[in-house]
Design a protein around this ligand. Structure first.
Ligand code: HEM
Length: 227
């Protein structure tokens, strides 16, 4: 076992990381320009050059946000991996009960977790459901596909999904980049590897599964098995 393998465990493949950061770039572009449209009102932005650029960037961000997961779904072998977010078990309910004390006060035992803990599963679920609603309503508004009444409903859905995703987005970024107990996970999405101690502590069930495969097979093969 190399020094790297001793301290780190493989968590994401390159395709996972490229998809994640592409979605993040698309989302951030659409987020910033979307709030500009929301607060200024799109009719005001129609008449200025800056407004034209803002609305154009909003569409470009939206297209990136939509196309990246579609490409992933077509080309990745792990295309159904996201379904993990929909599978809940007893330890998820234990996590929900223990989480407030653990995250806001500190301490408290958390039940062992799989690759994604319950909070991450919720975020994943929200990203899929509200991301889908955001994309569909955005396309209907863009191409003006139905009657004005449907347009109004779509506008409401678009704004609602955007607000929900924004709230979860800030919680997500706070946890992975700033929370003292969680920020170690940041490296996982930039290098593909997670600190072993962190993985053992935060994702014990997943970690046990990965190490079981590691004992049987060389690292390259384990990399293909992780999901
Ligand atoms: C600057 C923005 C972002 C940063 C810094 C970031 C960072 C990360 C990191 C480090 C992970 C790995 C966590 C782990 O494996 O334990 C992760 C996972 C994930 N990210 Fe992001 N992300 C960002 C934006 C987004 C956006 C915009 C979305 C979708 C709307 C998203 C969706 C996800 C999902 C579904 C996961 C897997 C579940 C989870 O770990 O929460 N991320 N992200």
């Amino acid at each position: 076992m190399s020094k790297k393998q001793k301290t780190l465990v493989k968590r994401y493949n390159r395709v996972d990381m490229v998809l994640h950061w592409t979605v993040a770039i698309g989302f951030i572009l659409a987020l910033l320009t979307g709030y500009a449209v929301f607060f200024e009102g799109s009719s005001k932005l129609l008449v200025t050059e800056a407004g034209y650029v803002i609305r154009l960037i909003h569409r470009i961000g939206g297209v990136i946000f939509i196309i990246a997961p579609i490409l992933y779904f077509i080309f990745s072998k792990k295309r159904f991996g996201f379904l993990k977010a929909f599978k809940w078990n007893k330890s998820d309910f234990g996590w929900l009960l223990a989480a407030p004390k653990h995250y806001f006060v500190g301490g408290g035992d958390m039940p062992p977790q799989e690759k994604y803990n319950t909070g991450q599963k919720m975020f994943y679920l929200f990203a899929v459901v509200f991301g889908f609603l955001l994309a569909v309503s955005g396309l209907i508004l863009w191409f003006n596909l139905f009657s004005p009444t449907v347009g109004l409903i779509m506008l409401f859905l678009h704004d609602l999904s955007a607000v929900m995703l924004t709230l979860f987005f800030f919680v997500h970024v706070y946890l992975v980049a700033f929370h003292p107990n969680e920020r170690t996970s940041f490296n996982a999405m930039t290098t593909g590897y997670m600190d072993r101690e962190y993985a053992k502590d935060h994702h014990e069930l997943w970690y046990n599964d990965v190490t079981e495969h590691e004992e049987k097979e060389p690292e390259e093969k384990v990399t293909h098995k992780i999901s």
